[in-house]
Design a protein around this ligand. Structure first.
Ligand SMILES: Cc1cc2nc3c(=O)[nH]c(=O)nc-3n(C[C@H](O)[C@H](O)[C@H](O)COP(=O)(O)OP(=O)(O)OC[C@H]3O[C@@H](n4cnc5c(N)ncnc54)[C@H](O)[C@@H]3O)c2cc1C
Length: 442
């Protein structure tokens, strides 16, 4: 994977995210040199416990500005692409889809999601009739994978597609078929196509069994860390720019978001019950946990500019009980709908608790005046490993039981890859599988 990680990082402009007040506070709480206890990890291949600045697939902030001025707190120039602004605007819009610079053409948007980093490059190959073979078909849903008897295994020969506007269907023939419908729809399509199932199709789903630990900081504490800062201002900068890893257990990510998302994620998304009648073990490093509502929620949100959170990403293990099967009651126009089950194992719970304690201690070390553990319920945001390499697929991503059929989305990953945000792994793995497809069939 490593060469493909590097290639993907180059294509997607992946580089160290800029630091803001939020990150300075995290480092204060985590680093050995400051009040914390963890070493700085200086490599990208993490094998030891520690904290590190986080690279993101986001172009350098203000790579070019219209007036040549540096993008910092004093910047007063334009943020318009037409006026010559290039790169990240530091507006903190990455969870909302990141459309900045607002008037930039798609390929020049700062955050290099697949639609920005890859699709325009693929379309560019159409300029060369010897190479170009790319067609984008919006409103098209694959409803069946066609197969024929091959030399040993079944062999994929194409797909059936349906136009979701007109309802018209069509068969597309292909030398190879690559499924990339995501961790739920890829196994659903597989099962609805009646392809062979050895017991692991759709199974082994991991989700990083998240949690969320909130710290509230007095302005004086923030100013003590850096006298130039007045508030934490969690909406400034990229949504995350620093993290912690503990191999075998998982990771932590320092996060800032806009107020609507913060009130939900900090205080309204929990499996712990209402905070006012949820007891807190005095030996645990948090002051409160669970739902905060009503006047208390307003009071907490009044401290929004002094509040930030740490996301817990557990290295949860793939288990055969978790994943996707077909619902035997409900269907839509594309067949039986998927039924999804995820329940963490006991060891996953223990890992999550350990990480939540580390997060709370980082807040404490940095001087938080109040620490709140949200105790999130399962959230299907970082889904991986429901069509695992090693089980359903061979090392090249080709189905063990169906030749010429590949899976190249996050379902192909063998597990949760230790807890980092999954897109770099999913994209690197897709690049790796593409090379194998070329070697085997073209
Ligand atoms: C709110 C949110 C925030 C996230 N933040 C981050 C982050 O900061 N960093 C990070 O690394 N990851 C993040 N993730 C996770 C990341 O987005 C996913 O891991 C990744 O997009 C999964 O890629 P995929 O190709 O497996 O599936 P998807 O991105 O879901 O792509 C599957 C595509 O297939 C299409 N499709 C499905 N079925 C069919 C069919 N039968 N026919 C035709 N098309 C079909 C779908 O419409 C979809 O476009 C986030 C996810 C969410 C939801």
């Amino acid at each position: 994977m490593v060469p493909y990680y590097r290639l993907n990082e180059e294509i997607t402009s992946t580089q160290q995210a800029p630091m803001t007040a939020r990150e300075e506070v995290f480092i204060e709480g985590a680093s050995q040199e400051k009040s914390g206890e963890y070493p700085l990890l200086d490599g990208l291949n993490v094998t030891e416990t520690g904290w590190r600045p986080q690279p993101n697939a986001v172009e350098e902030p203000g790579k070019e500005t219209s007036n040549g001025q540096q993008l910092d707190r004093n910047y007063e120039g334009s943020f318009s692409y037409d006026d010559g602004f290039r790169g990240d605007t530091l507006v903190g819009d990455h969870f909302q889809g990141s459309s900045t610079p607002v008037d930039a053409p798609v390929r020049e948007k700062a955050r290099k999601s697949s639609n920005i980093g890859y699709v325009p490059r693929a379309l560019d190959t159409n300029d060369n009739p010897e190479v170009g073979n790319v067609a984008i078909r919006p409103n098209t849903y694959v409803t069946d994978v066609h197969t024929a008897e091959g030399a040993g295994n079944l062999e994929a020969t194409g797909v059936e597609i349906r136009d979701t506007w007109s309802g018209a269907t069509q068969t597309v023939e292909a030398d190879t078929v690559v499924l990339a419908g995501g961790c739920i729809e890829t196994p659903r399509l597989w099962l609805n196509s009646g392809l062979p199932d050895d017991g692991w199709v759709g199974k082994g789903l991991t989700t990083h069994w998240f949690d969320w630990v909130v710290g509230v900081y007095d302005d004086d504490t923030v100013a003590d860390i850096n006298p130039e800062r007045e508030h934490m201002d969690p909406y400034v900068g990229q949504n995350s720019a620093v993290r912690f890893d503990k191999p075998g257990v998982g990771g932590l990510e320092d996060i800032g978001m806009s107020p609507g998302l913060v009130s939900f994620a900090d205080y309204l998304f929990t499996e712990a019950g209402y905070s006012f009648d949820t007891p807190v073990d005095p030996d645990e490093p948090w002051d409160t946990r669970g739902y905060i509502v009503g006047k208390e929620l307003k009071r907490r949100m009044a401290n929004y500019r002094q509040t930030k959170a740490i996301l817990v990403l557990t290295d949860d293990m793939p288990r055969q009980e978790n994943g996707v099967s077909l619902d035997d009651t409900f269907s839509d126009e594309h067949g039986p709908v998927p039924k999804v089950r995820y329940e963490p194992g006991e060891e996953d719970d223990e890992r999550r608790d350990e990480l939540a304690r580390i997060a709370a201690n980082i807040h404490r070390n940095a001087g938080a005046s109040h620490v709140h553990r949200a105790e999130w319920p399962p959230l299907l945001l970082h889904m991986q490993s429901s069509m695992r390499i090693g089980k359903v697929l061979d090392f090249a991503g080709e189905a063990k039981n169906v030749d010429r059929l590949f899976v190249a989305d996050h379902s192909a990953l063998a597990n949760g890859v230790g807890g980092p945000n999954p897109t770099n792994s999913g994209q690197a793995n897709a690049l790796r599988i593409a090379d194998h497809i070329g070697d085997r069939y073209f």
